[in-house]
Design a protein around this ligand. Structure first.
Ligand code: NAD
Ligand code: DAU
Length: 377
């Protein structure tokens, strides 16, 4: 029996984590604490909303008193913290909101957990504060090979597995933080606060840093759902810069599976990187998306390549992310369950089959925001 608050459970990754925990652990009580910003959507959780072990509470993580009362009322012994402002382009336009939610919100949540857990006779025993972070805090990697071989090339991870890579260096847990965007700076700051609460007060914390996620229920301001929707409706595909930037993609359900393993078996005060050794140049992934959407809609494959529109680059655009998740694979035995080809096919099918979900989240304010963003490029 555990009573767990999952923050940001109505968002993209959070909804997959809530679903996994509610279904897999019927004897746990899962409390989804979410403010429901533009990115939060209870439609993401329709299939589990009536389960007896699930409760939704609309609340801001910055609401110290509210969170403290909820923790007392529900006798919370675990927090899995995903709530955040998550989109880099928005952080460039409005860094204050990112500092407020990602830094002050995380600090407020830590303070509430500290106040409640320290008031109990057993204090921190059996408790866990698990903070979900990003690989972007490590900065950006170069695309180089020691002997000048053109990337991508085959290389071997410290786990012993071969994979394709665009450079010889990877993000490992020991790397110094070097965030570049207001989003990653705010996430880095929140990671530091979480570790500080372990080192100063003895709070049992864990931090994980994951690579780019893709899959169902992702808000269509992010590359993959945005482009699937635009291809479907034959709208331009705004490729930043030359489309040469590299991202490392993981199917969202595999991230949720990793969170489950780490929450239960991860060592206190440790950091684990999560990723599937799956690097792609943006332009290559975009071509896969066009071919897949075209095929599934019965159009000639590649017919929509002319939608590719090169636009002004993102300010401070990080060149390459690549996660080394060997530690997690070695120590806790986690591995991604899906190959990318399978994951992307499932994902495209999901968005094409769920046009109503897409129409709901792209109406109103978001549509205006998106139109403004695109006009300005
Ligand atoms: P998202 O934007 O889809 O969802 C964020 C959720 O947080 C939404 O439901 C929103 O309503 C909620 N929220 C925002 N501010 C809040 C507040 N003040 N109080 C309560 N709830 C609030 O984000 P996501 O892509 O699912 O990312 C979830 C977490 O995982 C974030 O911490 C992000 O930094 C991290 N992460 C994301 C990725 C990725 O590829 N998406 C990769 C690695 C790490
Ligand atoms: O690496 C993990 C991070 O991945 C998470 O921490 C963030 O929350 C998440 O948003 C994501 O950040 P990115 O900036 O990498 O994701 P995004 O989908 O915004 O962009 C992916 C790449 O595609 C990036 O190189 C920018 C590019 N891009 C994006 C958009 C939205 C385009 O070329 N055109 C676009 O319209």
């Amino acid at each position: 029996m555990r009573n767990i608050i999952i923050t940001g459970g109505a968002g993209f990754i959070g909804s997959h984590v809530v679903r996994l925990f509610v279904n897999k652990y019927p004897n746990y009580r899962i409390i989804n604490l979410d403010k429901l910003t533009y990115a939060g959507n209870l439609a993401n959780l329709k299939d589990i909303e009536d389960k007896p072990n699930y409760r939704f509470v609309r609340m801001d993580i910055c609401d110290f008193q509210g969170v403290l009362q909820l923790m007392q009322e529900e006798k919370v012994d675990g927090i899995i913290h995903l709530a955040a402002e998550s989109h880099v382009d928005r952080s460039i336009k409005d860094p204050f909101t990112f500092a407020q939610t990602n830094v002050m919100g995380t600090l407020s949540l830590l303070q509430a957990a500290k106040a409640y857990w320290e008031s109990l006779p057993e204090k921190y025993e059996g408790k866990r504060f698990y903070h979900i972070s990003t690989d972007e805090v490590y900065g950006a990697l170069q695309m180089t090979h020691p002997e000048g071989i053109e990337p991508p090339f085959t290389t071997k991870a410290s786990s012993g597995k071969h994979h394709l890579a665009y450079g010889e260096k990877f993000f490992t847990e020991e790397l110094k933080y070097q965030p570049h965007s207001p989003y990653s700076a705010a996430k880095a700051s929140s990671d530091h606060f979480v570790r500080a609460f372990h080192d100063t007060f003895g709070m049992p914390t864990i931090v994980t840093n994951c690579s780019n996620n893709y899959g169902p229920y992702q808000f269509p301001e992010k590359l993959i759902p945005l482009f699937i929707n635009n291809i479907r409706h034959r709208k331009p595909l705004p490729v930043y810069g030359k489309g040469e930037n590299v991202r490392d993609w993981l199917y969202v359900v595999d991230h949720a599976r990793a969170i489950d393993v780490i929450f239960h078996e991860g060592k206190i005060a440790e950091t684990y990187n999560i990723g599937g050794f799956n690097e792609w140049k943006n332009i290559d992934i975009i071509k896969v998306l066009i071919n897949t959407v075209d095929r599934l809609l019965g159009r000639p494959e590649g017919a929509d390549m002319d939608l590719i529109t090169y636009v002004t680059d993102r300010a401070g655009h990080d060149l390459r992310y690549a996660i080394d998740s060997s530690k997690l694979q070695r120590e806790l035995g986690w591995e991604p369950s899906l190959q990318f080809e399978e994951g992307i096919e499932k994902t495209v099918r999901w968005y094409l089959d769920n046009q109503e979900w897409m129409d709901n989240v792209t109406s109103g304010d978001y549509q205006k925001y998106y139109d403004d963003m695109y006009k300005n490029r």
